[in-house]
Ligand binder design. Structure first.
Ligand code: BGC
Length: 736
């Protein structure tokens, strides 16, 4: 036997190849691997080989790269070249709350927990790249994908995305931050050409991506479907080469959105590194199992072989993809991860608890006092409808999803009954990509009958809770289309009005990822914004409604009264104008930097609920804000402190917000801009200080002519408050 096993001495490598040596620096490993690869092998790793994977280098033992959606849980397995389910029985996951809810927590620690938990789930499922998180700025409440993003403010989104990326990648799973960039609506997403000035680009739409790259250290980024400067974002020279890789020094891989590449020479030259597709001609329709036809496959090889293009770009792309593989699939220091663990459910519930926003609470209507309210009536489809299925690529197959109704029923004491009435029939379908909810939501009653039945029971109940809002069906909070309007669908307004008239002990819970119109706002004493909360939805909602948890979320976006109150709509910009001679839709961001509350504050348009707004079951008193200096050097800092006291009877958390204004400047500045926030936990009677360190960066605007950030000397105003429309204390200081 020994003789059989013996290898000729010459066949035994003297040293292991550098690229296989985990102790060697990653750049050496990448260069070594690259130097061993053939032209064909290099091209093979820069495009997809299946719906969600790309080939590694089998000859060298370099593994495949597996991606998955993202961003709220790990997508169920689909067939190799189909969107249909693979039919696995071990691919159910925990659905975490939607990113709007995470942003509404205003707590970077929640983002850290989120990234850790979803990273462990991805790891367990053998995924190397999570297609998320999303940080496109909330520009219009109609955008069907706002629920996948982190709100309207670049500062808040930046602070929340960084820990998510870091914690995720601590599991050896790459973040793929999406959709870079200017993908701020879904309608015409493949054909919209965004036109905006550099100030808006740099001040509003890029900061969260930049933070994800530079502070979070994101290993990959997903280029968007739409166009900017007449070039698709998937091969956009300015955005990919100049800004992302040039100005920001991004060393990771640019991954195309699925089917977002349209041109081989542009993809070669303009910074696209790894092409994925919805169908296998790289576009969104076409032949199947033809990955060789991808723009960065055979067409690229042909150009190289015919001498029309060189191989420098190819080496750069292959290097970036190798780096991604070495950082993830080929790094053995990470564990196996875990799926559907108790810890993950606890994290999902905690983030839901922290992100739910109490919008209105007259006469302390909430929490429901179950010592008095023995008969609770729940009304509305969203109390029972599963929300983890649908919405597009973020759709999930969950191990469990607790509905609001079930969550409440499980949480109330034994002597309290929770009855249910439908109230309205919205969308009774429950399927996405072959994953079905298994719910039969059919109801043949007429709208009038549904309201009459709900009102009859409401009159007899001690407390009535309406659950409505949007859902994950097309045209609502769902990919590939926008909402038709700001209004609640399915006649919900009439149901709410009728219930409000029937019983004064009434609360409305709006489940959505977007602002909705509330024409009944004055008639309803308590309103809660509950987002899409994932697996633990019902538990988190019950926690807040029954008072086990004191709500502390704040809105990461403005709720306008009417659509025309939003800058993108007031200016007539949305959804753009189709060119007569082509399918391109030019969409000019006419409101410029005045996005969200910047518009409302500057133009003095009163919102329904302001950015940063959110109530608590306790009360907070703000003391006077003070600064450690009245003057700040250009390279210095100034520290602003404000004491906050819990003056109520129960423990609570308050998100203290710092806004900066530059009243006199040579360029237009928004009325104020968020530049700091701190979530303080306070016992009854306790006082703590929120401290903010302000730097010149926080005072500056982007000077497009100079192409640099400029803080003009002079006076600035710091406003500290509980919401963008609830400023408690201001102070002035000078920048030298
Ligand atoms: C979406 C991406 C998603 C990808 C893969 C695209 O249509 O825009 O967000 O990650 O599909 O499912």
């Amino acid at each position: 036997m020994a003789a059989l096993l013996a290898l000729p001495a010459a066949a035994i490598p003297k040293k292991r190849p550098v690229y296989t040596d985990p102790s060697a620096p990653i750049e050496q490993r990448v260069e070594d691997a690259l130097s061993r690869m053939t032209l064909e092998e290099k091209v093979a790793i820069i495009h997809a080989q299946s719906k969600f994977s790309s080939a590694g280098v089998p000859r060298l033992g370099i593994p495949e790269l597996w991606t998955t959606d993202g961003p709220h849980g790990i997508r169920p397995e689909v067939l190799w070249d189909e969107w249909d389910q693979a039919g696995w029985t071990n691919d159910s996951c925990v659905a975490f709350p939607a990113l709007t809810c995470l942003a509404a927590s205003w707590d970077p620690e929640m983002a850290l927990m989120y990234g850790t938990a979803i990273g462990e789930e991805a790891r367990y499922r053998g995924k190397d790249v999570l297609l998320g998180p999303g940080v496109n700025i909330y520009r219009t409440p109609l955008n069907g994908r706002n629920f996948e993003y982190m709100g309207e403010d670049p500062y808040l989104a930046s602070k929340m995305v960084v820990p998510y990326v870091q914690a995720l990648q601590n599991n050896g799973v790459a973040a793929c931050v999406k959709h870079y960039a200017l993908n701020n609506n879904e309608v015409n997403r493949h054909t919209t050409n965004v036109i905006l000035d550099d100030r808006a680009l740099y001040e509003i739409y890029l900061p969260a991506f930049k933070a994800a790259v530079q502070e979070g250290g994101a290993w990959s980024i997903m280029a968007a479907y739409n166009l900017y400067g007449d070039e698709h974002l998937c091969h956009n020279k300015r955005m990919l080469n100049d800004i992302l890789k040039g100005e920001w020094g991004f060393d990771g891989a640019v991954i195309s959105d699925w089917g977002g590449v349209h041109d081989t020479p542009q993809a070669i030259a303009n910074g696209m590194d790894l092409e994925f597709g919805s169908w296998t001609n790289g576009l969104s329709a076409g032949t199947r199992n033809a990955y060789d036809n991808y723009f960065l496959a055979k067409p690229y090889l042909d150009l190289i072989r015919s001498g029309k293009v060189g191989t420098d770009e190819l080496d750069d792309k292959a290097r970036r993809v190798l780096r991604l593989i070495f950082r993830t699939a080929m790094d053995s220091k990470y564990g196996y991860g875990s799926l559907c663990s108790d810890e993950h459910y606890a994290i999902a519930r905690r983030i839901g608890d922290e992100g739910i926003v109490l919008l209105k609470n007259d006469k302390a209507t909430l929490p429901v006092d179950v010592a008095k309210a023995k008969k609770i009536l729940v009304v509305g489809e969203n109390a029972i409808k599963m929300m983890t299925v649908g919405g597009g690529s973020s759709s999930l197959k969950v191990q469990h999803e607790i509905s609001p109704l079930d969550g409440l029923r499980a949480a109330v004491p034994a002597d309290v009954t929770v009855d249910f009435e439908r109230g309205y029939v919205g969308d009774v379908t429950g399927e996405y990509n072959g994953v079905t909810t298994g719910q039969n939501l059919a109801d043949s009653r007429s709208p009038e009958q549904l309201i009459a039945d709900a009102v009859a029971k409401a009159a007899d109940a001690d407390f009535v809770i309406f659950f409505g809002g949007l859902n994950k069906s097309a045209g609502q909070d769902c990919e590939d289309a926008d909402r038709a309007g700001l209004e609640l669908p399915y006649g919900q307004d009439a149901v709410i009005e009728a219930l409000a008239a029937a019983n004064p002990n009434f609360a409305v819970v709006n489940i959505s990822g977007n602002a909705v119109a509330m024409p009944w706002v004055k008639k309803v004493p308590a309103i809660v914004q509950a987002w899409f909360l994932g697996s633990e939805a019902g538990n988190s909602i019950a926690d807040v409604l029954l008072g086990a948890v004191n709500p502390s979320g704040k809105l990461p976006m403005t709720f306008p009264v009417a659509l025309a109150d939003n800058g993108a709509h007031a200016t007539g910009s949305y959804p753009g104008v189709k060119r007569a001679d082509s399918h391109i839709v030019d969409l000019e961001y006419k409101e410029g930097i005045l996005v969200g509350y910047r518009w409302h504050d500057t133009k003095k348009v009163k919102p329904l609920f302001a950015f940063g707004h959110g109530l608590s079951y306790t009360d907070f008193a703000y003391g006077k804000a003070t600064a450690d200096a009245t003057e700040m050097a250009a390279d210095g800092t100034i520290t602003i402190t404000v004491p906050v006291t819990n003056t109520g009877a129960r423990e609570g958390e308050e998100v203290v917000q710092l806004y900066i204004s530059d009243p006199k400047c040579t360029v237009m500045r928004p009325a104020k801009e968020l530049k700091g926030f701190a979530k303080l936990k306070l016992k009854p009677g306790e006082t703590r200080e929120a401290k903010f360190t302000v730097k010149a960066d926080d005072l500056s605007y982007f000077d497009a002519d100079k192409h640099e950030w400029v803080a003009e000397p002079g006076q600035f105003i710091a406003s500290v408050g509980a919401a963008s429309d609830d400023i408690k204390s201001t102070l002035k200081f000078n920048l030298k």
